[in-house]
Ligand binder design. Structure first.
Ligand code: HEM
Length: 193
């Protein structure tokens, strides 16, 4: 990922110094960060910020599965569980961005069949789709490469790197925010020149 961004930056820098961020990060240039988009979606799949939708039925209804729901019933879609379904995803607990690459074998279900189009829905869908979806997708393509090109990020607690400890999950439904300390060091921008 870091190498990809480094290459990307080098391709866009012709001037000796300083880095002209307006030239590097244009709408067109970030569009070429395909692997970044796979990483973005894999992050949202494995650890969705919105773990479940919310919703109240406004009329009596029979769902396609036969379940009858009444007006006023509360029903939530468990986004976290859907996105970690073993029938749809190879080793769902592993971070594998290639799952979103149409050329990768991970793009398919473990049984080799096509994945259900609703198996990854971090922004929900239909009439209830997130209003900020395109905004969030676009902003991430600018902010994450900008940060990664300037800083190295390291977990302070080495156990998260060795796998001895599992990083606490972070999402909107939490009562307390877990503390995960990161050490930031500046990247020497001269390497791009
Ligand atoms: C990675 C970032 C984001 C994720 C994963 C996300 C996810 C979601 C989800 C799952 C819902 C549906 C909830 C439900 O119906 O129960 C939702 C709704 C919504 N989101 Fe986001 N969201 C993100 C960023 C944003 C941003 C940046 C904005 C605003 C700029 C935004 C504004 C909204 C609004 C207004 C709704 C309600 C839409 C409606 O009910 O018509 N979201 N979001």
């Amino acid at each position: 990922m870091k190498e990809l961004i480094d290459t990307h930056l080098k391709n866009y820098i012709n001037d000796p110094k300083p880095i002209d961020t307006e030239k590097v990060y244009t709408y067109e240039s970030v569009e070429s960060l395909k692997y970044f988009v796979h990483c973005f979606y894999e992050s949202l799949r494995i650890e969705p910020p919105t773990v479940a939708s919310g919703g109240i039925y406004t009329q009596d209804e029979t769902l396609p599965c036969g379940l009858k729901v009444k007006k006023g019933d509360f029903m939530a879609i468990n986004i976290q569980s859907i996105q970690n379904d073993r029938n749809e995803w190879f080793s769902p607990e592993k971070f594998i961005p290639e799952r979103f690459d149409t050329n990768s074998p991970y793009y398919k279900r473990p049984d080799g069949k096509k994945r259900n189009p609703l198996s990854c829905n971090p922004f929900f869908g239909g009439k209830r789709i997130c209003l900020g979806k395109t905004f969030a997708e676009t902003v991430a393509k600018f902010v994450v490469p900008a940060l990664l090109s300037r800083f190295n990020f390291e977990f302070v607690d080495q156990d998260y790197i060795t796998g001895a400890k599992e990083k606490p999950k972070v999402n909107l439904g939490m009562d307390e925010d877990p503390v995960v300390l990161l050490k930031l060091t500046r990247v020497n921008l001269k390497k791009y020149l």
